[in-house]
Ligand binder design. Sequence first.
Ligand code: GDP
Ligand code: MG
Length: 370
Amino acid sequence: SESLTVAELAKKIYREPSEIIKKLFLLGVMATINQVLDKDAIELIAGEYGVEVEEEIKIDTTDLEVYFTEDSAENLVERPSVVTIMGHVDHGKTTLLDSIRNTKVTEGEAGGITQHIGAYQVVENGKKITFLDTPGHAAFTTMRQRGAKITDITILVVAADDGVMPQTVEAINHAKAAEVPIIVAVNKMDKEAANADRVMQELTEHGLVSEAWGGDTIFVPLSAKTGEGIDNLLEMILLVGEVEEYKANPNRKAVGTVIEAQLDKGRGSVATLLVQNGTLKIGDPIVVGHTHGRVRAMVNDKGRRVKEAGPSTPVEITGLSDVPQAGDRFVVFDDEKTARQVGEARSQQALVAHRGEKSIVSLETLFEQL
Ligand code: GDP
Ligand code: MG
């Protein structure tokens, strides 16, 4: 029968030893990195990761989630918060996103204003914040469908002259289900009919109680149109970031999620990626969803060519053999051979799945014709 040390097991299942030690601790076992684990302990830990243990440990290396490992605490450093904006139609989501971008883009970057890669970063008090420019609902739907967590904080925009509406409630439910902290932006405060108290009152019924009323939800009155209050909102985002301590390890191979992707006539497959951990570099062998390749060129949200992108950075890449989908995961591999093997296995799986769908559809069509 097989026995492995914590370090050996960690390596086999693509996890950090510290993560295994933590898991064992939670299961009531104190272990060190060199601890020898017996078959039962190995099965217990492997089971936690859904890994089958027969004669030897079997792990599905074509499942990209396998590579989204936790890092040991000493390798973690602060990273920018990733923020999405949600709210009822016409309450000012787009105006707010544009307003934040325009007020925060510095002179030197002015040329980049027109650049649109589905996400952007601003600097407030020397700290970066990443905004996903995709509609918040779409981001959350994708996250739920694929189980990929991409946003840290959600800004709930509520128009002060309109109050809580159906999509406001929907947004709250999305954020709660994903356990993402909510900051309420009470928008359109420049309007005659603005009534922030009413918004606060109505949101109380949905469990969002302002700090002023003894709760713990941050409310920021603002006007996306005039820009009044936007600095305050950004400061509150930094505050939540400090409390939640979002961290990542920049010194590892990058993993993350596709924000958007399309086929460009001149450049081929173009994908905007959000680097969630590690640092993405030019030339990296990469698997993205069901496609793979090498990172050929990278462009940041200001339209500038960059050589690398660290945690929480959105970046547009070329060099993939096919177009991935929003919400797909990406993983960088040590060598091109492994990336190709995993990539080809995944595209094969996708093909088979696709064929399966097709045959079902054609059967249905057949029945309809009968
Ligand atoms: P979205 O559907 O949530 O993206 O809303 P939009 O950003 O498209 O805004 C809807 C309408 O509200 C537009 O006509 C905006 O100009 C207007 N609007 C947005 N924010 C403000 C604001 O702070 N004050 C005023 N007066 N109008 C605003
Ligand atoms: Mg809009």
